[in-house]
Design a protein around this ligand. Sequence first.
Ligand code: PRP
Length: 212
Amino acid sequence: MKTMLNVALPKGRLGEKVYNMFEKAGFDCPSIKENNRKLIFENEECAVRYFWVKPSDVAIYVERGAADIGVAGKDILLEYTPDVYELLDLKTGICRMAVAAKKDFRDNLQRPLKVATKFTNIAKNYYTSVGRDIDIIHLNGSIEIAPILNLSDVIVDIVETGTTLKENNLEVFETIVPISARLICNKSSFKFKNEPIEKLLKSLASQVAQEK
Ligand code: PRP
C-alpha cells in the first residue's frame, strides 16, 4: 500500500481554488467535488487524503502532524507562528493586514492607543516596532464595529477589497503587511514523505509562475 499524503485545506472559496491546483499537480480526488457535508475525502490511487478544516485551524493540523501539508494564510502564520515549513507563496488569497479607523481619527499620543483586533500578536508586534503604547482589545469578529462605538480608536484587521471598511465609514491608515496563502508542511513529513511533497511543490511552483 502506498503512503497517503494528508492535506488540510481551508474550507471555502480559497480551499476550492487551491484544490484545483493540487488536482493539476496529479493529486486528484473526484469525490471532493460532490457537494455534500463530508469533511474527509480520499483517493487511494493517487495516495492522497484531503480534509476541509476551518482556515485558522489548518496550521494546527499541520504542526501536530494530523496533516502533512496544508494551505494557510500568512496572517495565521504571523499570528500563531506554528512550527512548520512554509514551502511556497501560492500568490492567491491576496489581501493585507492594516490599521483602520474613522476618517476623522487623530492619534492622541498622551494616552495608549486602543486597538481592537482578532490578531493580537500581529498588532502588538507592529506597535512595538513603531514604539507606540497600546491597550489591546481582543475580538472574534465584526471588528469594524469597535471604532464606531468608541470601543477602540483603531482596528487591526484584514482588508481585501476595502468594501467592509467603506460601508462602515472607516479607512485604512497604515498597511502592516501584505498577506497571501502559503503552502505549509509538517517538519517530519517533509523528511519522511519527501517524494510526493517535492512532486506537489514542483508543480504548484510552476503553476504559480505561469499565472504571473
Ligand atoms: C475579513 C475581515 C473584514 C473583511 C474584509 O473578514 O475581517 O471584515 O474580510 O474584506 P473586504 O475588504 O473585501 O471587505 P472575514 O470575511 O474573513 O470574516 P471574519 O472576520 O468574520 O472572520
